[in-house]
Design a protein around this ligand. Structure first.
Ligand SMILES: [Cu+2]
Length: 296
């Protein structure tokens, strides 16, 4: 092969590679507006033509799934600027929600539990739970300091409400390195955190129906009188399904005895769930992980 022929072959090879890359990019681009007409139709049907009783659960196949399993829903897509972080190193996580028009959502977030955005980060084995409240910049970028304490695959779940519909979108964050997954602790109705006893006192949890969950917080065996409001309620509860980290929408309930934190949740299926109860005393937030077995 003479030099010009070699060059031509090389250039042709480059063009092929580049063409393949842009083709794949166009296919995978979450902001590609041509990819979302079905989603928008579903959103219209669910948001405006659907049931008025349950605006938080638009009808349609995607809506039947619990939150957090997908990075995209109803035309809204969660994207992170950088999804690989160094374990043990404090960095800044930046992410955006791309709207149905293909642009970052810059406003219209509704305040839910005192915040426009709740971000849960947890390692895929259910450890290293973090509940963060990112700040929104004028261009729609959310940012928060984040330290992944150990290597492994993590899930970031963004929980927000737009047009009266609460959605939870999830993406994976990676911290390279070797790690040993931790098995889920056995199901129990009791835990201890920061010197407090926590007990699930509302009885067995059944799948497929609205269930009351009441936690009693004690210190030295006595109900704690001095629970401080946290995010506008007596406490905050995140419930994740073991195995796929499906994110349940849990609501604080109103009536409970002193020292009790009440919630209402619907567990979509039987099996094991990881609960993360958060409550506040003396200006400090305490996080109690607990595993429950949900029966049919
Ligand atoms: Cu929050």
């Amino acid at each position: 092969m003479n030099v010009p022929t070699k060059l031509a072959a090389f250039t042709a090879g480059l063009a092929l590679t580049f063409g393949a890359a842009t083709g794949a990019g166009a296919l995978l681009d979450p902001t590609d507006s041509t990819a979302a007409p079905g989603h928008r139709a579903a959103e219209k049907a669910g948001g405006h033509g659907g049931s008025h009783e349950t605006p938080a659960a638009p009808r349609g196949t995607a809506a039947a799934l619990p939150g957090g399993l997908s990075s995209t829903q109803d035309g809204y897509t969660l994207t992170a600027e950088r999804a690989t972080l160094t374990a043990g190193e404090r960095s800044t996580l930046r992410f955006r929600v791309i709207g149905p028009d293909g642009r970052p959502v810059r406003g219209g977030y509704e305040v839910e539990a005192e915040r426009e955005m709740h971000l849960i980060v947890v390692r895929r084995d259910g450890t290293d739970f973090q509940h963060l409240h990112p700040r929104r910049e004028p261009d729609g970028t959310w940012s928060t300091p984040l330290t992944l304490s150990a290597a492994g695959s993590h899930r970031a779940l963004a929980d927000f409400t737009i047009d009266g519909v609460r959605r939870t979108l999830g993406i994976d964050l990676q911290a390279p390195g070797t790690f040993t997954p931790t098995a889920a602790p056995a199901a129990t109705d009791r835990a201890r955190t920061d010197g407090f006893g926590v007990q699930l006192v509302s009885g067995p949890v059944r799948a497929g129906r609205e269930t009351a969950l009441r936690f009693q917080v004690t210190r030295d065996g006595r109900p704690v009188q001095a629970l401080q409001p946290y995010l506008g309620a007596r406490g905050h509860l995140v419930a994740l399904r073991d195995g796929d980290l499906a994110y349940l929408h849990v609501h604080p309930d109103e009536h409970a005895a002193v020292g009790e934190i009440p919630f209402v949740a619907e567990f979509p299926s039987a099996g094991r769930y990881r609960l993360f109860l958060q409550f506040q005393t003396g200006g400090q937030v305490h996080t109690t992980p607990m595993t429950v077995e949900v029966t049919r």
